[in-house]
Ligand binder design. Structure first.
Ligand code: ATP
Length: 235
């Protein structure tokens, strides 16, 4: 469904991706592991159209999207949930979710998406009228994911959802990712917690300095001694 073919990108004169090829099949969970600075967030920015592609190609649902904008990517079913959550702290939970549905004109579909988000995250429903800044870190992460789901994406780009969150809520969020997948949304997940990500992922890639150095199914990589050595430090 998503196909990257030798994609090159970066910032100004800095090259951060040196020809990355990767696939996300329909409805699957694919994870990208790697140390800080490996290019994981850059990769997600390229897919959502936030960064231009300097070389190589990107194909999404059978169409070449190499030169598309973020707006076009969102319209075509891709949603990006960035690292650090970036919710609007002074707006309520409800209002934050409404912002996620901004490209949809039809009120009924917005309402339906909101109900679905509340079914994934009942905590958000309980706190709908609360200002988002008063939520715990884990709840803010749920809100950020919920907001991304408001555009009813077929692909969710998720950057470091476990960062700075209590383990219990991390488990809850990862459990919901499985449900989101079962509802038909594929997930491209960037995650520091390699052990957890590999348990969930159908397929995984390891990035080093902007290049894919290892790839395989989640269970293959979970058994790979190179992955264990380098990335199982974080629990
Ligand atoms: P982290 O988990 O630390 O975010 P990452 O794997 O997501 O790591 P990226 O953030 O994609 O890594 O960074 C890849 C490379 O691009 C790094 O060398 C980084 O310094 C550089 N880089 C990232 N963002 C910018 C930016 N806004 N301007 C210039 N260089 C950047």
């Amino acid at each position: 469904m998503l196909e990257l073919d030798r994609v090159v990108s970066g910032y100004g004169s800095i090259r951060a991706l040196h020809g990355v090829s990767l696939n996300v099949p329909r409805g699957s969970i694919v994870t990208v592991l790697g140390a800080n600075g490996a290019g994981k967030s850059t990769l997600l920015r390229v897919v959502s159209g936030l960064l231009p592609i300097w070389g190589g190609d990107l194909k999404w649902e059978g169409r070449w999207m190499t030169k598309k904008s973020t707006r076009e990517m969102v319209r075509s079913g891709v949603a990006h949930c960035p690292e650090g959550r970036q919710i609007f702290p002074l707006l309520t939970v409800y209002e934050n979710l409404q912002m996620g549905g901004y490209l949809r004109e039809d009120r009924k579909t917005v309402k339906r998406s909101m109900d679905q988000v509340f079914s994934f995250f009942p905590r958000l429903k309980e706190r709908a009228k609360q200002r988002a800044g008063t939520l715990s870190g884990g709840e803010q992460q749920m809100l950020a994911i919920g907001r991304s789901l408001m555009s009813h994406p077929r692909l969710l780009l998720l950057d470091e959802p476990s960062l700075g969150i209590a383990p219990k809520l991390v488990q809850e969020i990862f459990g919901i990712l499985r449900v989101i997948q079962e509802e038909g949304t594929a997930v491209l997940l960037v995650e520091q917690n390699a052990r957890l990500a590999l348990q969930l992922a159908d397929y995984a890639y390891v990035l080093e300095l902007g290049r894919v150095v290892i790839e395989g199914t989640g269970s293959e990589l979970a058994k790979d001694s190179r992955v264990e050595e380098r990335y199982f430090g974080v629990r």
